[in-house]
Design a protein around this ligand. Structure first.
Ligand code: HPA
Ligand code: ZN
Length: 332
């Protein structure tokens, strides 16, 4: 099988995608118009021309601005549904989606409005698209510990529908230690734990995510490679890293895809996975990410299958479901 055909045929899970980062310019303009909100760009083309990032913060500024047009439950439904259709096209059979409640509640949109729109789209996708979804509530790390505790409180009525809590936004200057107590409380309440670490931040932030937050997965984690003892720890614990190749390229975490470390980390036996992060902003969904690294790093059939297997092993699906999908991958 050609690599491109294999990528399309492999069942996959996505473990690192921000729903606000799937907001395509066309849908953004349509929702802005129906909500009578003015975007600071005259056209879809002008907006796309602004997608010229040089680091994480330059992206986040636009990402939060785009989210401003989301006001009603239907807006969150339409956003999520559009992403889940992309999952079906890319044979992503299961996805674990981040949502950032604070991006919306800080603008006066109720938590329930955000949550119900996203959740209803996920329920419909299970039935109509054959794509399953879990939800991960992420705290914005540039905001305070107190604000994160308030968000955890607001999530209480929806607790059984949220699999995990996470940590995103501006990394440098906002280490995991800032949220140690919030994550301890979340864990006590039964949430699984993930955190962005080692994207722009140093390996020390990955150590903190492991030792202070007690994460089940590390989001990004590509800078872990700078610390051999940390690589050994990640290997021994079979700790998943949700790597996002096109994101790393667009945000200048790497300056050339041929220099990306995902293949080296895979061959060291780390549980790395492929993900799209903010696909509407970074130029591609799941299969685009697979194709980009396959071409730049000359990945083999076995590498591609291992990445797909890792995505199931690193997911929060029940073991029986993981095994059923992994058997299908091995039979391809
Ligand atoms: N890193 C941190 N915060 C984010 C990202 C990211 O890649 N995408 C959306 N919020
Ligand atoms: Zn991310």
């Amino acid at each position: 099988m050609q690599h491109q055909q294999l990528i399309a045929a492999l069942p996959k899970t996505e473990l690192h995608v921000h729903i606000e980062g799937t907001f395509e310019p066309e849908l953004m303009f349509a929702i802005a118009q129906r909500n009578q909100v003015q975007l600071p760009y005259a056209s879809v083309e002008e907006l796309k021309q602004a997608y010229n990032f040089h680091n994480l913060q330059s992206f986040l500024d636009l990402y939060y601005a785009g989210a401003n047009v989301l006001l009603k439950e239907q807006d969150f439904y339409d956003l999520t549904w559009a992403y889940l259709e992309k999952c079906q096209q890319d044979h992503v059979v299961h996805t674990e989606i981040f949502f950032d409640p604070q991006t919306h509640t800080d603008r006066g949109v109720a938590f329930a409005t955000v949550f119900n729109g996203i959740y209803r789209a996920c329920q419909d996708a299970k039935e109509k698209l054959g794509v399953s979804a879990y939800l991960i509530m992420s705290f914005l790390r540039h905001l305070s510990e107190e604000a994160a505790f308030e968000t955890l409180e607001q999530a209480q009525p929806f607790k059984d529908k949220i699999i995990a809590v996470g940590l995103d936004s501006s990394e440098v200057g906002h280490p995991p230690s800032k949220f140690e107590r919030v994550f301890a409380e979340a864990k006590k309440q039964g949430y699984l734990i993930v955190a962005h670490a080692g994207e722009e931040g140093p390996p020390d932030y990955v150590w903190q995510a492991l030792d202070l937050l007690h994460v089940n997965r590390i989001d990004h984690g590509v800078r872990s490679e700078e610390d051999p003892q940390l690589v050994q720890r990640l290997f021994e614990e079979k700790m998943p890293l949700t790597v996002c190749p096109l994101s790393n390229l667009k945000l200048c975490v790497v300056d050339d895809m041929a220099k990306h470390n995902i293949k080296r980390l895979l061959h060291k036996g780390l549980k790395v996975t492929v993900n799209s992060d903010d696909p509407a902003y970074f130029g591609g969904y799941m299969n685009d990410n697979f194709i980009a690294i396959t071409q730049a790093l000359d990945l083999s059939t076995q590498d591609l299958k291992q990445l797909a297997i890792n995505s199931f092993e690193a997911s929060f699906l029940p073991d029986a479901q993981k095994m059923a999908w992994i058997n299908k991958i091995q039979a391809l």
